[in-house]
Design a protein around this ligand. Structure first.
Ligand code: FES
Length: 158
């Protein structure tokens, strides 16, 4: 967003003066760009009078809020107990390698994938498990990862 807050102002206008607005306001604001930039959070603070520190605190507390651009596909790798004892670490290593993620990065250079760790995907009997967008892949081996990722390959429009 190049400092054009028109869409954001319309959202803020819907919530102005109502109590307990911060979480739904941030959810709607995040839908504009797919994440909450510092500029967006500062603008919300200015327009609502909510302390910037409160906004930042909420945005960083809840995992549903993203503070930087996300890839087209979100890969969730389970690090829960059942997956951990089923060698989820080797699955993560295979993902990081196949995605060519640099140390500290969670999103590929082409913005096709974002990798994030989660506590449990709720299908422990399939450990080790990953989820790509809404699709679950279980009983994984590191060797299976490249073929799975290939299904989500980004093809630029000509
Ligand atoms: S521990 Fe991995 S799905 Fe539950």
């Amino acid at each position: 967003m190049d400092k054009d807050f028109t869409q954001l102002d319309a959202i803020i206008g819907q919530y102005r003066g109502r109590p307990g607005i911060l979480i739904p306001l941030l959810q709607e604001a995040q839908q504009i760009q797919g994440y909450l930039s510092k500029d967006v959070m500062r603008h919300i603070a200015r327009e609502t009078g909510i302390a910037a520190s409160d906004i930042y605190g909420v945005a960083t507390f809840y995992s549903m809020f993203k503070l930087k651009p996300q890839g087209r596909h979100i890969i969730r790798i389970c690090k829960g107990t059942a997956c951990h004892v089923s060698d989820a670490d080797s699955i993560k290593d295979a993902l990081v390698s196949a995605l060519k993620l640099k140390a500290g990065d969670d999103t590929t250079d082409d913005m096709n994938f974002t990798l994030m760790e989660v506590a449990c995907l709720g299908c422990c009997s399939l450990a080790p498990v990953i989820m790509i967008d809404d699709t679950t892949y279980g009983k994984l081996s590191p060797e299976a990862i490249p073929a799975i990722l290939e299904r989500y390959a980004f093809v630029e429009e000509q």
